[in-house]
Design a protein around this ligand. Sequence first.
Ligand SMILES: Nc1nc2c(c(=O)[nH]1)N(C=O)[C@@H](CNc1ccc(C(=O)N[C@@H](CCC(=O)O)C(=O)O)cc1)CN2
Ligand SMILES: Nc1ncnc2c1ncn2[C@@H]1O[C@H](COP(=O)(O)OP(=O)(O)OP(=O)(O)O)[C@@H](O)[C@H]1O
Length: 176
Amino acid sequence: MHKTELRQAIRNSKRQHTAGELGAMSIAAANRVASHPRFLSAKTVMLYCSLADEVDTALLMAAGTGKTIVLPRVTGPATMELRLFTGPQSLAEGAFHIMEPTGPAFADYGKIDLAIIPGMAFDREGHRLGRGRGYYDRFLPLMPQAYKIGICFPFQLVDSVPTEPTDIAMDEVIWK
Ligand SMILES: Nc1nc2c(c(=O)[nH]1)N(C=O)[C@@H](CNc1ccc(C(=O)N[C@@H](CCC(=O)O)C(=O)O)cc1)CN2
Ligand SMILES: Nc1ncnc2c1ncn2[C@@H]1O[C@H](COP(=O)(O)OP(=O)(O)OP(=O)(O)O)[C@@H](O)[C@H]1O
């Protein structure tokens, strides 16, 4: 299946689940991450602020108290930056209606131990299908040392994600 068709198929599967079901699946996946040795040992974690159709990261932000948590902020049609997460009151709605950090900029990419990454679909080899703008594909090469965990709902784990040379693979995918 090509990228566009796969994105559409995933959107259709999402619609077959209630918000309550997605919430329960989010809690399962987030708990798995929160108890992961890489999360427990990480000092600096890149998270994302979830949209309604993504695995909810609120639990991870809470579990990350005591760690340095950084979040992406869209700065242009293909560019992002990172800012420190300094608490829920430091978030403001940004591009694509995503809640984004207003805290201090963070450019110490080499310090990021773990990156938790959303996607439309993943396969077991760690290939990722994003929302189709290449934000993460351009950004992740800045932090080659970071352990990359893709996180998704069970129906977003597919047999095979079509790949391009610029796609950055995950080290691990957590889907339940
Ligand atoms: N929570 C979250 N934050 C993120 C991402 C993400 O996928 N999820 N991104 C990962 O890249 C970056 C933002 N990229 C995004 C790209 C497209 C859409 C989006 O809503 N696209 C619509 C199509 C609307 C349009 O084309 O204007 C869609 O998918 O339905 C959202 C975020 C950075 N922050
Ligand atoms: N490192 C890169 N440099 C330049 N262009 C890139 C790079 N990575 C991806 N692109 C381009 O960006 C566009 C979107 O790529 P792709 O479909 O892989 O995005 P995605 O991973 O689904 O999106 P996102 O990361 O925003 O969730 C494609 O045209 C791709 O060729």
